[in-house]
Write a protein that binds this ligand. Structure first.
Ligand code: WQD
Length: 345
């Protein structure tokens, strides 16, 4: 791999007001790029733009619209000299995707196909794609997952949209100059260190840390830990939680690299597993707050343990996680309080 600066500073960030997108926008601005944000606010809010400005002192170019509208998307490419795209925009709720598979395939793949038409028309070959460890489709893994593992059968329509998107990008990369990079996230969490930007879940959170912070803030009565009879040291599930700012940094590092190969895949995690119970205990230690929780039934689809081998990302992206789980918990807690105080929703 060779490191090289890209021509124009304008980077299109689809889903740029979402959780990982908005933190990546902050990182891009801090490194001197000009993010062009596109979002339809289907799972985010206009308020996030103000928060990005509050942190960076910059007002970003923003377009409100749906990527399934090709003319809308083309109009954005016409107005700017975009040198690369970070594509986050997608639906991501696993259970909802089982209820509404068509909705998920239409949105996640429809948006990608239109984006690919624009990349071809406007001759942009750099794309960083938001993928997920769900593409490995493993039932369980005692060993850390490496990128060499074959992709398997994801266990939800959401997971299949990521699997299919990778396949589509690979097929196109073979015959063109497109050079996609797939970043397979494990469990991103946390918030910006300022506490002024973080996740904005719609309704009751699906993910564990937002549920914990909302419980501590009194929005939810108590956390249910889904199962304590798993084959893990304390019986609760083990996952690889990674600070969202470390995830954001990996996107920018990916953009800065150009690889010889048609496509590249990187796992983004810490390489270290943490159980749900450990997460709860860390929350209590870091915030000095007692958390209301109880053990409940297993959640369908959950597996004992999943964590990443991240040596490839470290080696080729010159990237390393810089923040701990404790940092992520503290930052998420700061954000939860800030959000309540400022009535951001
Ligand atoms: C983590 C652990 C739960 C909520 C999901 C997607 C995955 C990925 C990230 C997305 C599990 C437990 C949770 C609660 C709990 N991609 N839990 N009580 O399931 O590892 O991954 O999000 O875009 O594709 O599947 O993350 O945060 O939902 O759960 O006990 O109220 O916390 O059982 O063990 P998961 P999660």
């Amino acid at each position: 791999s060779l490191s090289q600066m890209i021509e124009s500073k304008e980077i299109l960030v689809t889903g740029g007001t979402g959780f990982i997108g908005s933190h990546t926008v902050v990182e891009l601005i801090e490194l001197g790029y000009e993010p062009i944000i596109l979002d339809n606010w289907s799972n985010s809010s206009q308020a996030i733009l103000k928060q990005i400005s509050a942190i960076t002192g910059k007002d970003c170019v923003f377009y409100h619209g749906d990527m399934r509208d090709l003319e809308f998307l083309r109009s954005v490419f016409k107005k700017h000299s975009i040198s690369g795209v970070i594509h986050f925009a997608a639906f991501k709720a696993v259970a909802e995707s089982v209820e509404k598979p068509l909705h998920y395939y239409d949105n996640n793949l429809g948006a990608l196909l239109n984006l690919l038409k624009c990349l071809e028309e406007f001759e942009v070959n750099k794309i960083v794609f938001s993928s997920s460890c769900t593409v490995y489709g493993v039932a369980n893994s005692l060993d850390p997952l490496t990128e060499e593992m074959p992709v398997g059968k994801p266990n939800s329509p959401y997971g299949w949209t990521k699997w299919m998107a990778e396949q589509i990008l690979m097929d196109i990369a073979k015959g063109t100059s497109l050079r996609p990079i797939f970043l397979r996230y494990f469990n991103p969490m946390g918030a910006h260190v300022s506490g002024k930007l973080g996740e904005l879940p719609l309704g009751p959170p699906n993910n564990v840390l937002p549920y914990i912070t909302q419980t501590a803030a009194g929005i939810r009565k108590e956390l249910t830990i889904f199962g304590n009879d798993y084959d893990t040291p304390d019986g609760t599930c083990v996952r690889d939680y990674i600070h969202v700012m470390d995830v954001a940094k990996a996107h920018v590092k990916s953009l800065m690299h150009s690889f010889e190969s048609a496509f590249e895949v990187f796992n983004l995690g810490t390489g270290k597993g943490t159980s749900v119970l450990e997460l709860v205990q860390l929350f209590e230690q870091v915030t000095s707050k007692k958390l209301n929780y109880h053990f409940g039934a297993r959640r369908p689809g959950d597996v004992d343990a999943l964590y990443a081998d991240v040596s490839k990302a470290k080696k080729f992206l010159n990237w390393n996680t810089e923040r701990t789980i404790e940092d992520a918990i503290l930052d998420a807690w700061k954000w939860e309080q800030y959000r309540l105080e400022h009535e951001i929703s």
